[in-house]
Structures are given as structure tokens and as C-alpha cells.
Write a protein that binds this ligand. Sequence first.
Ligand code: IPE
Ligand code: IPE
Ligand code: MG
Length: 245
Amino acid sequence: MRIVNGLPRHVACVMDGNGRWAAQRSLPRTAGHEAAEASVIDIIDAAHSAGITWLSLYAFSTENWRRPAGEIDILMRLVRRAIRKHAPALYARGVRCRFLGMSDPRIPPPLVQDITDLMALTSENRQMTLTVAFDHGGRRDIVEATRSLIRAAVPAEQITEATFARHLPYPDTPDVDLVIRTSGEQRISNFMLWQVAYAEWVFPQVLWPDFRATHLWECLDAYRWRQRRFGGVRQSTTITGDEPR
Ligand code: IPE
Ligand code: IPE
Ligand code: MG
């Protein structure tokens, strides 16, 4: 008999495929970003209903600044519009919203203000923590943690993995259990590098603007059957019986 995994505590999505979704419809890439909003809302609701307490969404990477200025500009406007539209519902559902990254001066100040307001509005919520990785880079977080340790004058021999993790942004964030990257691409793209160290990964072919609750459930089901070993020999939740010894 094999005991399966429970619900992942922390699910993270690399929301990929917006441009290809638009190209398939002979639309500009930004139409894919616009269509992505419905998926984001559907997945927040579905994750919340399923009982997932930590959800992280990769929305804009430090490398995405390499994109054409027009695409970046429209993307920033769409994010701002979505925040203003959905803030009341996020608050009402008990979702605590956080934005991870957010250090580039090119982020338009009105967007920074709306993000700051959303974080303040929802800061007391505890049903689910939604972390939006925006202007995020996993390597940058690691460099920033190193700087923070040096500023705090922590002696080198006192730096352990646990101490280091406390200097990362949002140090209360648990390790990611499951990463979902849509569109079939199979790479990390600099996403939460420290936190995904022992995550399980799934790569659904569906493009992000088509990703809905049913797809999330399929990913959660796939996770149930993963044998997580964390470097050990046998998963602690596995009881041998019908398995070969
Ligand atoms: C993901 O979709 C959204 C962002 C990176 C902002 P893409 O825009 O990367 O879509 P593809 O990969 O080109 O299809
Ligand atoms: C990763 O997707 C970033 C986000 C989903 C926000 P990209 O489409 O930017 O990644 P690469 O360039 O294919 O690695
Ligand atoms: Mg992409």
C-alpha cells in the first residue's frame, strides 16, 4: 500500500505562454497578457477553495525588462487595472497579497502605489497568502540576502542555511512544494531559486491564458502521487506492501 501526498502547502506558478496564445489567434502579444487576467483570478479562487494556503505567481522577471518597451508598458497598465478591479474581492476572500521583487525604478509610480495599497489593505488576512513575483529574480534575492547578512555583520561561521533564509525577502514563506509551469517550457527562469530547492515540478502543455481550475486540479493530483524523498532513501509516508523491496 502506498500513502499519497496531501495537499501541497505552497504552490507556485510560472505563468507562461501568453505570447504564443495571442500568436495562435493572430493577435498582438499583449492580447495574451490581457487574457491572462481571467486565468489568474480563476486560479486564485480555485487554490483558495482547494485549501492551499500559499500561492505564488510569477508575473514579471528581472529579465523581462529586455522585452520591447511597448509590451512592458501595456503589461504594467494591465497589472494596475487588474489590481484596482480585484482588490475588494481579494480582501473579502481573506487573501493576503504580497509582491516579491519590486525594486526597479522603471516600475511606474502609480502602479507601485496601487501595489502598496493592496498589500496594506490585505495585510491582516490569513486565509491564503498570494505572492506575486513582480520584477523578481531568484539570483537577485540571494545577492540581497548576502548584502543583508554583511550589513548585519553576521560572522561568517555563524551563517547557516537557516540564518541565510532569514535574510531573504518574506522569510516566513515556506519552501515551494509544487511548481506549475504552463506552455510546455521546462526551465526555472530565475524563479524563487532558494525556495524551490526541493519542489516537485509539473509542465502542463496548456498556455497560461487557457489555464483554469480543472488544470490546477490535474496538477494537484499529479503531486499526490509523487514520491518525495528529500535526499533520503525511502519516503516517510510510504508503507511498503505491494511495492518491490
Ligand atoms: C508569460 O508569457 C508572461 C510574462 C513573461 C510576462 P510570455 O509573454 O512569456 O509568453 P510566451 O512565452 O512568449 O508565449
Ligand atoms: C518566465 O517566463 C517569467 C514569467 C512567467 C513572468 P519567460 O517567458 O520570461 O521565460 P523564458 O524567457 O522563456 O525563460
Ligand atoms: Mg514566455
